[in-house]
Design a protein around this ligand. Sequence first.
Ligand code: CO8
Length: 238
Amino acid sequence: MSLQNPPVNSLSLEFLTDICISVEKLEMDKTCRGLIITSSLPKVFSAGLDIMEMYGKSPERCGEFWRAVQEMWLKLYGSNMVTIAAINGSSPAGGCLMSMTCDYRIMADNPRYSIGLNETQLGIVAPFWFKDTMTNTVGHRTTELSLQLGQMYNPAEALKIGLVDQLVPEDQVSHYSHTNHDQVTTPDRSKSMMRKPTIDKLTSKREADIQNFVSFITKDSIQKSIGMYLEMLKKRKR
Ligand code: CO8
């Protein structure tokens, strides 16, 4: 599955819906042995959630958006397929989350790329299931530090903390993803055993999590923080 939502593969409501439909189709296709997620855009795997979906939107729309974010995570983290993230560019926040839902992460060894949960830098707090997914990937202490600082990691740092499993030359990300994928044919039951408690936690608190998101994101102070972050993104370009 090659992500293509220019300019930066940000996860809008529409794009998330497309991703969920694609994953669902693959999941039902008996001939499909697994899934490699990559980006067809240069330099960026995914810029994470579309910030414009969280800025100046009605509570109803925010709720709809958040349900789609949850759905993407539930589908990918609970997938019966073998999943590999072929991270061929930067992958902040929701992009990092998406890659962490996969069984294995291969990243392009380019020091200009970075990956991590940087929500704190936007003045927002990563939800509990973002935190849980990271804890399951890199452990409690690293997650604690990482979330408090909104830390982004270059590929070498990401490999060191176990946020990615393998670094490869940029032009060989696809090759290595397919090679690794061929070594595993179907996920054994240990995958669902390891992930079920984390998935059940969100499933049982799904509606409350949507309400929390909507009341948090629509607060004036949070809208102000997001507005300032957007300004900073634009200024950085000039
Ligand atoms: N959403 C919307 N637009 C974006 C996003 C985004 N996530 N990221 C970048 N853009 C826009 C930029 O503003 C720019 O727009 P324009 O052309 O109109 O000025 C355009 O995309 C291109 O961006 P760049 O020029 O910055 O592209 P680069 O190739 O130089 O850099 C990066 C790509 C590294 C991805 C860079 O754009 C970047 O760092 N973006 C910000 C990523 C980010 O901070 N994402 C966090 C999103 S929040 C999230 O995923 C989880 C939120 C959880 C909420 C919980 C609440 C309770």
